[in-house]
Ligand binder design. Structure first.
Ligand code: NAD
Length: 245
């Protein structure tokens, strides 16, 4: 489905991002994964190699626009094109507002929102030049319903939806589609970190009766990245087993 497409995936070292890397590779894309640290990027590349998947990787500071711009230029020169950008890196929060510092709030906005701005701003000129491209963002179920604690997280994901819908309109005439996937509770380290008391009541309310697996989410990214979604832009696609809380 992605024969010879060049795809960059942020937060590609584990969890949902790593699964997107795998499903894109299985569908014959050329994949470049981004992570936060040299060691985790190298480990992910090494592990993928054992599964016979060749990928390259970078670890720019996503909050430093100059650093991001430099790496994107290098990738464009090396591969000759950037067809797909997946802005997936993210962190979550679950503290009550009294315990949340303004630094906590700023940090979550920096990685979940500002980083998407920086990556997208750096990639768009190349996509415009080739008159095509796909930008996909990882939103969340909390961008529709909010959540009972950790206000910075839903705030950041509402912003992701705003970026997605606005850029879909701005970039449509340039042949660039912009969509987001909004996962429900998904089986990754992010969820493993949360207290049981917060997760179990949520699972009980999921009509499909289970939390999502990374592959459930990655498949939605594959569809939206592919030409099968050629008339879809500005959509926030819920992949959450119909969870509603
Ligand atoms: P994870 O913690 O397993 O992975 C997060 C990824 O983001 C890692 O690869 C990490 O390297 C990267 N990252 C974190 N901070 C970074 C930074 N400062 N700079 C660069 N990269 C950084 O989490 P996950 O569950 O795979 O989450 C991936 C995305 O899915 C996030 O945007 C998250 O908000 C979203 N999401 C997750 C769930 C869930 O239940 N797991 C639900 C909805 C949305």
């Amino acid at each position: 489905m992605l024969e010879n497409k060049v795809a960059i995936i942020t937060g590609g070292t584990r969890g949902i991002g790593l699964e997107i890397v795998k499903v894109f590779k299985e569908n014959h894309a050329k994949v470049i994964l981004f992570g936060s640290k040299k060691e985790t990027v190298e480990k992910a590349i090494e592990d993928l190699k054992k599964e016979k998947m060749e990928v390259t990787g970078y670890y720019p500071n996503l909050n430093n626009y100059e650093e991001v711009e430099k790496v994107i230029k290098e990738i464009q020169e090396k591969y000759g094109t950037i067809d797909i950008l997946v802005n997936n890196a993210g962190i979550s929060a679950n503290k009550k507002i009294e315990e949340t510092t303004s630094e906590d709030f700023t940090k979550i906005m920096e990685i979940n929102v500002n980083a998407i701005f920086n990556m997208t701003k750096a990639v768009v000129p190349y996509m415009k030049e080739q008159k095509k491209g796909v930008i996909l963002n990882t939103s969340s179920m909390v961008s529709i319903y909010g959540q009972p604690a950790g206000v910075g997280y839903p705030a950041s994901k509402y912003a992701v939806n705003g970026i997605t819908k606005s850029l879909a309109r701005e970039l449509a005439s340039a042949g660039i589609r912009v969509n987001a996937v909004a996962p429900g509770v998904t089986n990754t380290e992010m969820i493993a970190k949360l207290p049981k008391e917060q997760i179990e009541p949520i699972i009980k309310t999921i009509p499909l009766g289970r939390i999502g697996e990374p592959r459930d989410i990655a498949n939605a990214f594959l569809f939206l990245a592919s030409d099968m979604a050629s008339y879809i832009t500005g959509v926030i696609l819920s992949v959450d087993g119909a969870a509603r809380s």
